[in-house]
Structure formats: C-alpha cells, structure tokens
Write a protein that binds this ligand. Structure first.
Ligand code: G3H
Ligand code: 13P
Ligand code: ZN
Length: 338
C-alpha cells in the first residue's frame, strides 16, 4: 500500500525499529527489494536519486514501483526523492507521485539551507507530501557533489557533525518532517580508514534539542567483507572498502530516534559480486536472465539481512493499521499521475 513515511516513522520511533530506504535504479533491484520486504512483512521506502531518474527514465521507474504496489498490497511503500537539490526537482517529484521528498541543502550556507528547505516544505506539504532535509556534512560522494576523502573526513569529523542547537533552530524555521544527520557516516564503499564509529553522543544531543523528530542516517551501508572479497576474487578492485558495522546501526534504530536508514552501496556490492561470479565461473554465459536473475536473488538476500538488522520484519500490518486509523489522505497530487 502506497503511503507517506509518517505512519512508518510514528511506529518506528515508538517501537525501536528502523525503516530501510533502498535506492532503486532498475527492475531487478526493485523486484529484489520488494520481494524481501513482502516475505518479511516489512514496510519499505523506495528511493530514487536524480541519477536514477536520468538513468532509468522516471516514467519507467514509476511504473515498476506501481507494479510493486499492485502486486504486494500488504507491503507499506513510500516513494522518496533521494538528495533533491532544487525546488524545480521537488515540484517534479510531487507531480510524479512521490509521497516523500528530500531537499538536500547541506552544502549551502546555513541561511540558504533554511530558505531552500522552507520553500520545499511549502511546496510538498500543500500536496500532503512529507519532507526530509539535511544538516551537517557527510563524507564521500553525494550526487554530483564530491565530498571529502575518508581520511580527512574522519580526522576532522567534529566540524562536519550536525550541531544539536542548530538542528532545533532549523526544525523550527522550516517545519520539516525528518532530518538527515551527519553522525560519522559517508556515502560509498570507503567510509572509514580507522575504527568505524558512529557519534552516538551527537544523536543523543539532537534528540534532546529536537524531541520526537525522526532522524535519518545516510551512508548506512555496512560494506560486508565477504562481498568485497568476492568482487576482488572475481577480477574486481575495491581497495580500502569499509562500512558501518551492522550492530551499530541496530543500536541506532533500537535505542535512538533513527527511523530511516539509507542503503545503496550494499545493494550494488551484492549485485556486482553475483554478476562477476557468474561470468567468472561460466565465461560462455550471455543470456542476461542468467546473470540478472541471480543478481536479483542476491538483492533479496541482502535486503532480508538488512530488515533483520533494522528489526522491521513483521511490522507491515501495524503500519497499515496506523495509516488507516489516522485516515491519512494520500498526497493530493496522486490521482493526477498518469
Ligand atoms: O546518496 C547517494 C545514493 O547512493 C545515490 O547514488 O546518485 O549514484 O544514484 P546515485
Ligand atoms: P550508502 O552509500 O552507504 O549505501 O548510502 C546510500 C545513501 O545514503 C543514499 O542516500
Ligand atoms: Zn544519501
């Protein structure tokens, strides 16, 4: 069932679990994610980056997601814009039937981030669409913005973490529904050079100044060693790969207000490892179904593993009940979507 993230976050905050926000770029990735969520009876956020819109053409992606909604009515699904950077893009996403958008003004000066975010909230809320924004800075590559290398980022981390008092001011001035926070994570496969560690003290401080605000963790892939090893074994080259340990993410959703956990890199690793393995073990293979099929199955396994970590398995029914009880209207633009 299509919905906003609001009922998901209400229950996640209360129940000590997190919602997986997985990036979708094509049919096999989307099918793999939704199959795992249906099996586990878990709510899910399907998120689309600007790059994904360009790669797949949003009309195609939307229809793949519509098929998920039709095929799996018992799975709560939110469609989310990942790292939206302009008001034009936010408007387009609202028109395209997204139920949630992120406006990422984190690379602008604070006042400009506030102005941009407030405008995005006005546009989205008018149509019943919820808004995530970002404060603080992550490492790694973020859409078109090339961030800091992992070594510099980790060494100078204090200056990039989200400031708790600024977060409270930002929330009051913008009216956001959730906030992406910088707590030591980075996008991509190389997040840490030394010991991987989330800034839990910073999350606690933000929870004190922003009570009840759902927090979002970007850059939350764990970069499991076995997948990096498989890729390297079958001809890949991924030196220095290191992600966020899964037990730390499990703690972030169980004990703290982290409600949304963004995962893209781990899906890419699972898919790439499997395709490399097929080609390496059967060099004569040229039927795309014979390597994309196993790659899709690898996505199912990876997402299952993440849903366990997030403790969101079995929560689908409660989320649908909560959404229905609240009589939450669908975003008002939805009927306009062709
Ligand atoms: O935050 C970045 C996500 O991994 C999306 O990546 O812009 O390459 O689609 P992308
Ligand atoms: P990863 O690169 O850690 O998967 O993070 C993805 C993300 O934050 C998408 O917004
Ligand atoms: Zn991100």
């Amino acid at each position: 069932m299509l919905m906003t993230t609001r009922p998901m976050f209400d229950l996640a905050l209360e129940g000590g679990f997190g919602i997986g926000a997985f990036n979708v770029n094509n049919m096999e990735i989307t099918q793999g994610i939704i199959e795992a969520c249906a099996d586990a009876e878990s709510p899910v956020i399907l998120q689309i980056s600007k790059g994904a819109r360009q790669y797949a053409n949003i009309r195609f992606l939307r229809r793949i997601i519509d098929a998920c909604v039709e095929e799996y009515p018992s799975v709560p699904i939110a469609i989310h814009c990942d790292h939206g950077d302009t008001i034009d893009l936010i408007r387009t996403c609202v028109d395209d039937g997204y139920t949630s958008v992120m406006i990422d003004g984190s690379h602008h000066p604070y006042d400009e981030n506030v102005r941009l975010t407030r405008e995005a909230v006005e546009v989205a809320h008018t149509h019943g669409v919820v808004v995530e924004a970002e404060l603080g800075m992550l490492g790694g590559i973020e859409e078109d913005v090339v961030g800091l290398d992992p070594e510099t980022y980790q060494r100078e981390i204090e200056k990039y973490l989200t400031d708790a008092d600024e977060a409270a001011d930002f929330r009051a001035k913008t009216g956001i529904d959730s906030l992406a926070v910088a707590i030591g994570t980075s996008h991509g496969a190389c997040k840490f050079v030394n010991e991987p560690k989330l800034a839990f003290d910073r999350i606690e401080a933000i929870m004190t100044t922003c009570p009840g605000l759902p927090l979002v963790m970007h850059g939350s892939s764990s970069v499991p060693r076995e997948f990096v090893d498989l890729i390297n074994r079958y001809g890949g080259d991924l030196p220095g790969a290191m992600g966020v340990p899964e037990p730390q993410i499990a703690d972030a959703v169980r004990k703290y207000a982290v409600c949304k956990v963004n995962i893209d890199t781990d899906l890419r690793l699972a898919m790439t490892a499997k395709i490399r393995e097929v080609f390496a073990t059967n060099p004569g293979e040229f039927d795309p179904r014979k390597y994309l099929g196993p790659a899709r199955a690898a996505i199912v396994d990876m997402v299952r593993r993440k849903l366990e970590m997030l403790n969101s398995a079995g929560k689908a029914g409660a989320v649908i009940d909560h959404w229905s009880r609240q009589g939450q209207p669908m975003p008002s633009h939805y009927s306009r979507v062709a």
